[in-house]
Design a protein around this ligand. Structure first.
Ligand code: SAM
Length: 218
C-alpha cells in the first residue's frame, strides 16, 4: 500500500454503495482473488467519466468485467465499451457478468493478447483505461496513442507497483527488475510525449492520468 492505510480507510468511509449487481460481482471477485479496481480507483473513475462524458471507451484488462460494468453505469447507454482480456478462465465469467447486468449490448469483449488486439483495432476512443500486465504498458503505448482521440483521456492504473517503482534498481529483486525498468520508462514517456499532458497520482496503487493534446495549446 503506497498511501497511509488510515487515510485510505478514512477516505473510503465516505463511499456510497454501488448498484446491487456491482456489489455482488465485487464480492465474488474478491472472494476468488480476482484483481479488480479498488474503492479509491472506483470513485476516481466515476468522477473522470462524469467530467469527460466519453462516447467510446476502451479498456485493456477485463478480468471478470467489474470495472467495465462500473464504467457502464456512469455513462449513457449509447456509450460503447470495448474491453480486452486474454485469460481464458476469466473470459466466460466476464461474459456471464455482462449478461447478468443486462449489458451485453453495450460492452464488447475482445478475446486475445492486448498487444495484438490493439494493433488490429481501428476505432477511435475518447477514454482508455489501462489495467492489464504492468510490464506491457510501455509496449501498448504507441497503439494506445494511435487509438486515442485528441482531447481523449488515458488512465493507467497500478503504476507504482506497490511502491517498488521508486526504489533503486539494485534494491529491487532481480526477477522484478524488468518490470521496474519498464514502468519507469512508461512514466517517463507519459510525461515527455509531446502529445500528452500527464499527472501521476499516489491514488490506490498509483494512477497516471493523461490527456491527449487537443491541438488548442502550445
Ligand atoms: N479492470 C479489471 C477490473 O478492475 O475489474 C481488472 C483487470 S486485472 C487487474 C488485469 C487483467 O488483465 C487480468 O485479468 C489479466 O488476465 C489481463 N491481462 C494481462 N495481460 C494481458 C494481455 N497481454 N492481454 C489481455 N489481457 C491481459
Amino acid at each position: 500500500m503506497i498511501v497511509d492505510e488510515r487515510i485510505v480507510t478514512f477516505i473510503n468511509s465516505f463511499e456510497t454503495q454501488n448498484s446491487e449487481i456491482l456489489e455482488k460481482i465485487e464480492k465474488e471477485a474478491l472472494a476468488s482473488h480476482v484483481p479488480i479496481i479498488r474503492k479509491e480507483m472506483q470513485s476516481f473513475l466515476k468522477m473522470l467519466l462524469a467530467l469527460k462524458e466519453p462516447e467510446n471507451i476502451l479498456e485493456v484488462g477485463t478480468a471478470v468485467g467489474f470495472s467495465a460494468l462500473l464504467m457502464s453505469e456512469c455513462v449513457p447507454a449509447d456509450c460503447r465499451i470495448t474491453t480486452i482480456e486474454n485469460y481464458e478462465k476469466r473470459i466466460p465469467l466476464a461474459r456471464e457478468n455482462f449478461r447478468r447486468a443486462g449489458k451485453e449490448d453495450q460492452i464488447v469483449l475482445i478475446e486475445g493478447d492486448a498487444a495484438q488486439v490493439l494493433k488490429e483495432l481501428n476505432g477511435s476512443y475518447d477514454f482508455i483505461f489501462m489495467d492489464a500486465a504492468k510490464g506491457q504498458y510501455i509496449h501498448y503505448l504507441p497503439e494506445v496513442l494511435r487509438l486515442l482521440d485528441k482531447g481523449g483521456v488515458l488512465v493507467s492504473d497500478n503504476v507504482m507497483q506497490g511502491g517498488e517503482v521508486i526504489e533503486s534498481r539494485f534494491a529491487v529483486e532481480r526477477r522484478n527488475r524488468t518490470i521496474h525498468a519498464r514502468m519507469r520508462e512508461y512514466l517517463y514517456e507519459l510525461k515527455h510525449t509531446k502529445e500528452l499532458v500527464t499527472s501521476i497520482l499516489p491514488l490506490g496503487d498509483g494512477v497516471a492520468v493523461s490527456v491527449k493534446n487537443s491541438g488548442r495549446t502550445g
